[in-house]
Design a protein around this ligand. Structure first.
Ligand SMILES: Cc1ncc(COP(=O)(O)O)c(C=O)c1O
Length: 427
């Protein structure tokens, strides 16, 4: 039967040609732990430097202005900013309600430092609700964060927010993890201070590698809370002094994933060869069909069989769509049941809240107070979304399904989804 893979926002699939090229490269090079003088080490250092240059070029980022710190994933890149941002009393941390938990989590550092945390609401289409303006930053360092593309709804938030937030006195963290796999990001035009990506979401391989692409000037204002191997040029145990390396190297803890980094130039070249505008065009077509399949799914009585969360059209959105099935009476079907049935048919959808509680709360109209009561009353050992749904009375959808498309998606994958939806009620 094979798998019809529709979880590209979770992770991309790698190209065979990319893997082959990487295997060939590894066969013909001896690479060692970087930053030493032996030939294997020098070779690895050169590869890492080349990968940094390629990443900057791919994102149109001028090397004089931007630098790249490699990290384990987008989350680790975000945490580099979270733990080092000079939040203090009088700072603000302002973010859209539509954010991944890895960006929501920054609020813990901000709050601990006495900063004011403000969520900007999203509207019924899960877009930034412009009726609530972005508050002006105070005199102290302040950070604004938003996703270029929502991992919940696929909404593309306007990149002009970067400029707007700068004008209001913020540094800007742009979470580009869900955006860059299928759309060009030009950091020459969108001058975010900190941009995070995960490479496996762009070209599937390697996992365990992401980057913080930072404006050098903004990176220099961060204060790292510790030092580690690889980040210092001087440490005295006796005098308890250390000096961090300047720039990105001061943010790369321990030994880099240098064999993985060696695969980046090939991955970026693959996307460049396909052409980001061609990829974007293809994903637009696929998204239009995906939305049409979901919009048009009906019960025998003509009632809609699917509720789409977020935009129902292809306007200002990427190829990620969140939805739930509805029964003939219009009540949501528990997403877990649908996910299981889809899996049995070889259909890889994602179920849950996708680490984006702000969009889930808005989309599913979750009763915040009752949810907290349930969280407090259900023992942690038995807590899951099913237990939460039971506690809320069973009729509330506590999660959704998500289908996401990308370059490798075929019409046959979408046919499988269409057939699955048509047959779900007659199982
Ligand atoms: C928008 C967005 N931000 C951040 C992340 C976190 O990425 P990672 O799990 O690779 O750290 C994801 C992952 O799905 C995402 O979609």
């Amino acid at each position: 039967m094979g798998t019809a893979y529709l979880d590209y926002t979770g992770s991309a699939l790698y190209a065979e040609s990319h893997l082959r090229a990487h295997e060939e490269f590894l066969k013909h090079h001896v690479l060692g732990n970087p930053h030493s003088e032996n030939p294997a080490s020098v070779a690895a250092t050169e590869i890492v430097d080349q990968a940094r240059r390629d990443v900057l070029e791919f994102f149109g980022a001028d090397r004089a202005e931007y630098t790249v710190a490699f990290a384990a994933n987008a989350t680790a890149a975000i945490k580099l900013v979270a733990e080092s941002y000079p939040f203090t009393a009088g700072s603000r941390y302002t973010l859209l309600a539509d954010n991944h938990n890895s960006v929501n989590g920054i609020r813990e550092y901000a709050t601990r430092a006495g900063a004011e945390v403000t969520y900007l609401p999203i509207d019924g289409e899960l877009r930034h609700d412009r009726r609530t303006p972005i508050p002006r930053a105070g005199g102290a360092p302040s950070l604004f964060a938003f996703p270029a593309q929502s991992n919940f709804s696929g909404v593309r938030h306007p990149l002009e927010l970067v400029h707007e937030a700068h004008e209001l006195g913020y540094d800007v963290l742009l979470d580009a993890a869900a955006f860059v796999p299928t759309e060009r990001l030009d950091l020459g035009a969108v001058r975010a201070d900190f941009t995070c990506v995960s490479f496996y979401k762009m070209f599937g391989f390697p996992t365990g590698l992401g980057a913080l692409i930072a404006r050098r000037e903004a990176l220099a204002r961060l204060r790292r809370p510790w030092f580690a191997g690889g980040t210092v040029d001087f440490v005295s145990v006796e005098k308890r002094r250390h000096r961090l390396l300047r720039g990105a190297a001061g943010f790369e803890d321990g030994t880099l994933n240098f064999l993985g980094i060696a695969a980046l130039p090939g991955g970026l070249a693959f996307l460049r060869d396909v052409g980001m505008s061609r990829a974007a065009q293809r994903v637009k077509q696929l998204t239009a069909r995906l939305l049409a399949i979901l919009r048009e799914a009906r019960h025998a009585n003509g009632a809609p069989a699917v509720h789409i969360y977020g935009p129902r059209s292809g306007e200002a959105r990427g190829g990620t769509v969140a939805f739930n099935l509805l029964d003939a009476g219009g009540a949501p079907v528990p997403y877990g049941d649908v996910e299981r049935a889809a899996s049995a048919r070889g259909l890889a959808l994602r179920g849950g809240c996708f680490c984006n509680p702000g969009s889930a709360e808005r989309a599913l109209d979750l009763p915040a107070g009752a949810m907290l009561d349930c969280v407090d009353s259900i023992p942690q050992e038995s807590f899951d979304l099913g237990a939460l749904a039971d506690c809320l009375g069973g009729s509330v959808a506590v999660g959704a399904l998500r289908a996401s498309v990308s370059l490798p998606t075929t019409d046959a994958d979408l046919d499988r989804l269409e057939a699955f939806l048509a047959s779900y009620w007659s199982r």
